[in-house]
Design a binder for this molecule. Structure first.
Ligand code: COA
Length: 435
């Protein structure tokens, strides 16, 4: 048993601080991956209380549990030579059989503890596994990988106020059981559900690089660390960071946290205090946005041609786009342009955010909002005082989401007003004062 070493208490006045976050997090989904070693420590009931606090604030929670520590102990007690502990190595029959048994016990502990805290949970067969197979000549036997996750079932449970609890074993189509890695499962569940946070509860203080704890790490830096400092990072934490990166590379999951599950209230401290207590890895949207290059011109042209045929964007010829390519920024994902925007100097200390377009499949994932914030930041850096945007169909986006203000076209700089009149589009004009 690991003792609860860092007992602290929460004052009633702290509730004020917490309440500030209520509107921010309400209806969001957090996926919490809990290591087996956390479930067996004294602090686990306290962690479940923290989860109950999250539920009471309207946050949806999914729990994915591990079994490594319990499996190790059972292997030792029964004299079984384990071929794998954490679901990363080849899994022989004896190891799988013990993993199944241990997993059932750990799950029961979770359900029992949730029951004592009045939390509704449900174990759910939402994961279909398939074999890892043979890698570099090594047969991984009963080690599985995730083939499919039934997100609809998870969402249905969440909508009923239940906490789905997922285990690190799953079956394939034929009912054959496989051992899967719980960190990876948590990452894929977070990405697929569009969870805002993926939280790993483990038994280290966070991402330690040697003796130093990384507190807030942008995604790009986390990737660099994984390559350049691999030997200085605990392999178990390394696996969590790898899974965090996997989830953060989707558009929605923005933050991953690695926390010490032995520490009293670590979950609440991390989420609700300005300076948390573990490691946060965050998706740095700006890193996905880059200045366009001449090679991007034809991609931008093709996308904007379609958008202009729907009257969303002004039609611009390929030559026009090539000529102004230096004003464009693109949002790239897996090598494809999924959004672009242009920032133009329109005189009199004003800039225009023009040609904003997000590919339909990616709309509604905050990409447009990030592009606007990015352009505003660039305009600020360049010394502009006002940022204009003109739109015929996206007024609600600029007003309600991007927080622009609608103004009369007469507010436009003279030369731009002249162009506006000539275009005959009768666009609405929005402006954001640049701080
Ligand atoms: C407008 C546009 C850039 C928004 O991009 P996005 O990535 O979907 O935006 P975000 O995800 O940051 O914001 C989405 C929010 O804006 C709202 N929104 C976006 N376009 C809207 C529109 N035309 N009318 C009403 N609301 C709109 C969404 O409903 C959503 O609201 P919610 O968060 O309450 O659900 C995108 O829809 C687009 O490319 N449209 C076609 C081109 C265009 O009109 N460009 C603007 C002229 S320059």
């Amino acid at each position: 048993m690991i003792s609860n070493q860092h007992e602290v208490t929460i004052k009633a006045s702290d509730l004020r601080g917490i309440l500030e976050y209520v509107p921010l997090y309400r209806n969001q989904t957090f996926v919490i991956a809990v290591d087996g070693s956390v479930i067996e420590c004294d602090n686990f009931p306290n962690l479940v209380t923290d989860i109950a606090v999250l539920r009471s604030l309207g946050i949806n929670v999914v729990v994915v549990h591990g079994i490594g520590s319990q499996l190790k102990a059972a292997g030792k007690a029964r004299g079984v030579q384990l071929s794998d502990v954490y679901g990363n190595d080849p899994v022989d029959d004896a190891t799988l059989s013990l993993a199944r048994e241990v997993s059932a016990n750990v799950l029961q502990t979770i359900v029992d503890t949730f029951t004592t805290k009045n939390l509704k949970c449900a174990t759910v067969n939402a994961v279909r596994a398939t074999e890892v197979g043979i890698i570099s000549g090594i047969d991984y036997m009963n080690a599985g990988r995730i083939e499919k996750i039934d997100f609809k079932s998870l969402e249905n449970l969440l909508s009923l106020g239940m906490i789905p609890v997922l285990t690190p074993t799953a079956v394939n189509r034929e009912g054959k059981v496989f051992r899967i890695n719980s960190d990876l499962l948590a990452a894929d569940v977070a990405a697929g559900l569009g969870a805002t946070k993926l939280i790993f509860m483990t038994v280290t203080r966070g991402l330690m690089v040697g003796d130093e704890k990384a507190v807030a790490v942008p995604l790009g830096e986390a990737k660099d660390l994984m390559e350049s400092r691999r030997e200085m990072i605990d392999p178990r934490v390394f696996s969590k960071v790898k899974c965090a990166i996997r989830a953060l590379e989707t558009t929605r999951t923005q933050r991953a946290h690695i926390l010490d599950g032995r520490e009293f209230a670590s979950l609440l401290t991390e989420l609700f205090e300005k300076v948390g207590c573990g490691t946060m890895i965050y998706s740095d949207e700006y890193q996905k946005i880059r200045p366009a290059t001449p090679e991007d011109a034809s991609g931008i042209y093709n996308i904007s041609r379609i958008s202009s045929s729907e009257q969303n964007l002004v039609y611009r010829t390929r030559e026009e786009i090539e000529g102004k390519i230096g004003t464009y920024f693109v949002y790239e994902m897996d090598g494809s342009i999924i959004a672009f925007v242009s920032l133009q100097d329109i005189g009199e200390g004003c800039a225009e955010l023009a040609s904003l377009h997000v590919q339909p499949f990616y709309q509604g994932n905050d990409v447009g909002t990030h592009m606007v914030e990015f352009v505003e930041h660039k305009a600020h850096q360049a010394g502009f005082k006002r940022l204009f945007a003109l739109s015929t169909k996206s007024a609600p986006f600029f007003l309600q989401v991007a927080k622009f203000e609608e103004v009369s076209p007469r507010e436009l700089p003279a030369a731009r007003l002249e162009k506006y009149k000539k275009s005959g589009r009768n666009s609405k004009v929005f402006v954001r004062e640049i701080a």
